[in-house]
Design a binder for this molecule. Structure first.
Ligand SMILES: Nc1nc2c(ncn2[C@@H]2O[C@H](COP(=O)(O)OP(=O)(O)OP(=O)(O)O)[C@@H](O)[C@H]2O)c(=O)[nH]1
Length: 505
């Protein structure tokens, strides 16, 4: 069984660093889910030891009208979750580390220290990447493994930045990170031969772009990076734009109007915040920072029942700390919530959004909650925290509409898969091929097909082999109703959940 990745905010990293063995999956020796069978009926009183909102031991204060507060906050500045994706070594961490430095989020002193330390281990060129690649192993290997989470602001937007790993071994982490994102920067290396190897069948450029689109990312900024290596060549930039645009529009279904190509160098900093190199004068468009400052924030499901998918759990001061993103609804200190699977109750004792203490959070926010009245074994990466009167369904059997990727072997009944959903990845099978569908009209082309080939859209049923996981239909939740199907380290299909066929607890 695999638990997928954990996304770590800076506070989560600090706390997890101080108690490394406290992460739920490690402590539980399994999945961390309660298998005692203890199920609390919806709407009933929480088990003893758990405070209801009115009796909570924590200082609750006045109840906040979160929807009004949220609207005020949005009017001031929109918040967006931004994931940085792309082939291994395309320069994702360097680009974003440099951008954070130029935006004043990282001090000169820190960069100089990274430069000295990186030089000592023969990796001088990684100084900016170390802003985001914080672990010893990531620095020693010169690759991102976990998804680094940090925050920064532009003139009109607040960003939560997710730096995804490019190496194919860490695609589950990349999926987990991208599932949290509203918009993406796809970084490609313009170096001769490097763009091509990232773009070919074994490269991650195409797979990351397809995954991002399938996970709901609609706006994509393509950073055509390392242009310093090719003498700021306009011809090279245009060549890459032409190849990528065709793929992104035709195969990955991005709207042409939602794609923006920005030439730059993450290493020299050219065109991140400003443009100074004379040989680059052919480019008259916006800088990277101007581009992302104009990205649109999606409409958030603030008024739907509360849902938060947990990406990291650790023992914090004063309770169990759960990091993740609010997919829907809102939450405030003192409120009781339900953890699914397991139907365990807990009370929100404290919270942080983007490392700042706060009293409330709403859909779209990356949050760190401190929960009281619950054991760490009952919450794990992949759990969904819910409104206690509207818990998320938990299932091992569901129907989905899928799009088949570039598969070598056609999909047949019994086809084994690893299903990725948020931070979960669970083994299962495609248990039924219901029908093939016309992608354009949605009409059934063929009932009970015997196999599904490349680019087919189809209705299928999926059965998980093990535990039940929290899942919603796409109709109920655009965020929690998407799945990715992988096999042998390759993505074979992406889909949306259309019907839950069995219910667990
Ligand atoms: N010349 C040049 N080198 C760059 C540029 N951007 C990154 N590099 C170098 O490329 C190497 C890889 O950079 P990273 O930022 O670690 O790449 P990454 O895409 O984050 O790598 P993964 O997360 O492991 O996939 C480092 O040696 C960087 O210094 C650039 O714009 N120009």
């Amino acid at each position: 069984m695999n638990f997928g990745s954990s996304l770590k905010t800076q506070s989560a990293k600090k706390a997890a660093g101080s108690t490394p063995s406290a992460k739920a999956p490690l402590l539980s020796g399994g999945d961390g889910f309660d298998r005692s069978g203890a199920v609390t009926p919806v709407g009933s009183a929480p088990p003893s030891g758990i405070s209801t909102p009115s009796k909570a031991s924590t200082k609750i204060g006045k109840r906040i009208d979160v929807v009004t507060e949220y609207q005020k906050r949005v009017a001031e500045k929109e918040s967006l979750n931004l994931v940085v994706i792309g082939h291994v070594d395309a320069g994702k961490s360097t680009l974003m580390g440099h951008l954070l430095y130029l935006q004043g989020e990282v001090t000169e002193k820190t960069i100089r220290k990274h430069e000295r330390d990186a030089q000592k281990i023969g990796k001088a060129s990684f100084a900016f990447a170390w802003v985001l690649d914080e672990t010893g192993e990531e620095r020693a290997r010169g690759i991102t493994m976990d998804v680094g989470v940090t925050k920064f602001e532009t003139e009109h937007r607040r960003f939560t930045l997710l730096d995804a790993p490019g190496h194919r071994d860490f695609i589950p982490n990349m999926i987990s990170g991208t599932a949290q994102a509203d918009v993406a920067i796809l970084v490609v290396d313009a170096t001769t031969g490097e763009f091509e190897s990232g773009f070919d069948a074994n490269g991650q450029t195409k797979e990351h772009a397809l995954l991002a689109r399938s996970l709901g990312v609609q706006q994509l900024v393509v950073a055509v990076n390392k242009l310093d290596v090719v003498g700021w060549s306009e011809a090279r930039f245009q060549e890459i734009v032409a190849k990528l645009e065709q793929f992104l529009v035709k195969d990955a279904s991005f709207k042409k109007s939602s794609l923006i190509f920005v030439p730059c160098s993450g290493f020299t900093g050219e065109n991140l915040v400003r443009s100074v190199v004379e040989t680059f004068a052919w480019y008259k468009g916006p800088t990277l920072i101007q581009t992302i400052d104009k990205l649109d924030a999606p409409t958030r499901a603030v008024e739907k029942p509360f849902r938060m998918s947990v990406t990291d759990v650790f023992k914090g001061t004063g309770g169990v700390s759960a990091a993740g993103r609010l997919e829907a609804g809102h939450i405030q200190i003192g409120e009781a919530i339900m953890v699914m699977p397991g139907s365990e109750m807990a009370v929100v004792k404290n919270m942080e959004v983007n490392d700042e203490p706060t009293r409330w959070a709403a859909a779209g926010d990356s949050v760190l909650l401190t929960l009281s009245g619950i054991d760490i074994l009952q919450v794990s990466t992949g759990s969904v925290l819910c409104a206690r009167d509207a818990p998320i369904p938990v299932t091992t059997h569901f129907a989905a509409q899928i799009v088949v990727f570039d598969v070598k072997i056609p999909i047949t009944v019994g086809f084994p898969i690893i299903m990725h959903h948020q931070s979960h990845n669970e083994p299962g099978v495609i248990s039924k091929l219901v029908a093939t569908i016309d992608k354009g009209t949605g009409e059934v082309v063929k009932k009970n097909p015997r196999h599904l080939g490349k680019n087919t859209t189809a209705m299928v049923e999926i059965r998980l082999n093990g535990r039940a996981i929290p899942l919603e239909t796409f109709k109920d939740s655009k965020e929690l109703g998407r799945v990715m199907l992988r096999k042998g380290g390759e993505t074979v299909a992406a889909g949306i959940v259309t019907k839950i066929l069995s219910f667990g607890s």
